[in-house]
Design a protein around this ligand. Structure first.
Ligand SMILES: C/C(=C\C(=O)SCCNC(=O)CCNC(=O)[C@H](O)C(C)(C)COP(=O)(O)OP(=O)(O)OC[C@H]1O[C@@H](n2cnc3c(N)ncnc32)[C@H](O)[C@@H]1OP(=O)(O)O)CC(=O)O
Length: 257
């Protein structure tokens, strides 16, 4: 028996981070935030980790900020001020983050879903930007949700706070795919395997590229993109990838366990 709220394990280059606080539906309490942040940092720093899977026990992925801890807390003391760091750790992790959901997400929980690179959820999972229903604003989560979700849907769902299903979440760009429950492991593994095929430094640079503002026209971005592309062609990783192609073998990116 352990009082940890977040479990961390690494196997075959995949770090699995599991939220395990079912009594309060994985609400983002101070302890859960601390442990989650520590696990994300550990995975980011470990050269043996190629992909991070963020998942949960119980039937809720995350119910958002811990409303019991926030109850009566003064401004700046409800924990929400530490939450952007967690979103940033997921969004800007040098490793691809795959969120694997068989349970619902609300408010801050949806912010973490949006921050992940790939999201697989079962058909039963529901989502809501429920902040306005308790008189608060989906301000911090807007930082991850708005770049992913179609603007018309964001307008509707932020303002109504209505619950929507996994099919709608896929349609609006919040998640990648909604699957039958028995397919969750297989579909997650399929993404994980695909992600482990990429060069680690190339994946980290591609994440930075995807997160950066787009140049107004192709020629505006030309010098930066040319420099980035040329740097990777000449890098040790790029050269190993190119050599492996010519030699008809798998590239040797990182130490294998
Ligand atoms: C990031 C920003 C804001 C936020 O995140 S604010 C958080 C808003 N979140 C919500 O409004 C969700 C509240 N919870 C629910 O709607 C439901 O619990 C659920 C997630 C749909 C699950 O429903 P279920 O029926 O399975 O569970 P119960 O409602 O019976 O709850 C069981 C148990 O868990 C406690 N609990 C649930 N959610 C929270 C929570 N967020 N904080 C603390 N505790 C929670 C609930 O009270 C029950 O406890 P008991 O002691 O057993 O009564 C702002 C920004 O973006 O800027």
């Amino acid at each position: 028996m352990t009082d940890e709220l977040v479990h961390y394990s690494v196997a075959s280059g995949v770090a699995t981070i599991t939220l395990d606080s079912p009594h309060n539906r994985n609400a983002l309490s101070a302890q859960l935030r601390r442990e989650l942040s520590g696990s994300l940092a550990k995975a980011a720093d470990d050269d043996n980790v190629r992909v991070i899977v963020l998942t949960h026990t119980g039937r809720v992925f995350c119910a958002g900020m811990d409303l019991k801890e926030a109850n009566g807390a003064g401004a700046g003391d409800q924990g929400v001020n530490e939450f952007p760091r967690i979103l940033e750790q997921i969004w800007s992790s040098p490793k691809p983050v795959v969120a694997k959901l068989s349970g619902v997400a609300r408010a801050g929980g949806v912010g973490m879903v949006a921050a992940a690179d790939i999201v697989v959820a079962t058909n039963e999972v529901t989502f809501a930007f429920s902040e306005v229903r308790i008189g608060v604003v989906p301000a911090v989560i807007s930082l991850t949700v708005l770049p992913r979700v179609n603007p018309r849907a964001a307008q509707e769902l932020f303002l109504t706070g209505e619950v929507f299903d996994a099919g709608r979440a896929a349609e609006i760009g919040l998640i990648n795919t909604a699957v039958e429950a028995h397919m969750l492991d297989a579909e997650t593994d399929r993404y994980v395997q695909a992600l482990t095929l990429g060069g680690p430094a190339a994946l980290a640079a591609t994440k930075r590229l995807l997160a950066s503002p787009r140049p107004a026209t192709p020629s505006d971005g030309f010098p930066d993109m040319l420099e980035l592309s040329a740097r990777f062609f000449a890098s040790e990783e790029g050269q190993e990838g190119i050599r492996s192609f010519a030699e008809k073998r798998k590239p040797n990116w990182v130490p294998q366990d």
